[in-house]
Design a protein around this ligand. Structure first.
Ligand SMILES: [Zn+2]
Length: 188
């Protein structure tokens, strides 16, 4: 069985530097690290990082503070997960949209890898994770989301805990993704 871990925005700019740094993201990194460790040991395991790489004038900045500008430190994979990057960075895919399959070669890469299941991890549950899971399900992929490997942010009128709960339920009930409490429960 081919298992693919798709890590979304596991970069410094969503963790501990810049306008979008998020202490909640920091907390789930050890869980993602453990999952990747287990998947890497598997002969049929694959890991892909899809990461925001925005131009200075990206339209997204009309609604969000500037973040993850191309060629800045913010677009680098967080240090704890860097060892899962290939030396040639072949498994680092830049993105600019909420749907991680939009505007890059990820869709074609997945078609080549033919994963039996895609474990989606990273941030934010209600933004890039949600739209990417929707796109993957539309293409017919089996998707697993371990709740201890995804996060969102706390802001006024945006309680992270509440948002996580309702969006994960939506992914299960409407999109048909498999929501699992902890990555440790996934048999690799
Ligand atoms: Zn962005």
């Amino acid at each position: 069985m081919v298992t693919l871990v798709l890590a979304i925005d596991a970069v410094k700019g969503f963790c501990d530097i810049g306008n979008m740094q998020n202490p909640r993201m920091k907390k789930i990194i050890p869980n993602i690290e453990d999952l990747m460790e287990r998947v890497q040991k598997n002969r049929d395991g694959d890991i892909i990082f899809v990461c925001d790489n925005h131009q200075e004038d990206d339209p997204e900045f009309k609604r969000f503070p500037k973040h993850c500008i191309l060629d800045t430190e913010e677009v680098e994979v967080v240090p704890q997960l860097r060892r899962f990057l290939m030396a040639d960075k072949k498994n680092y895919v830049p993105k600019t949209k909420f749907n991680a399959l939009s505007g890059n070669h990820l869709k074609e890469s997945l078609a080549k890898i033919k994963p039996d299941r895609i474990i989606t991890v990273g941030v934010c549950t209600d933004i890039c994770i949600l739209y990417t899971v929707a796109a993957l399900r539309e293409l017919g992929y089996e998707v697993i989301v371990p709740t201890d490997c995804v996060e969102t942010f706390d802001a006024p009128d945006h309680n992270a805990e509440d948002v996580n709960n309702s969006i994960l339920k939506h992914m299960a009930d409407i999109l048909g993704a498999e929501i699992i409490a902890t990555q440790a429960g996934i048999i690799i």
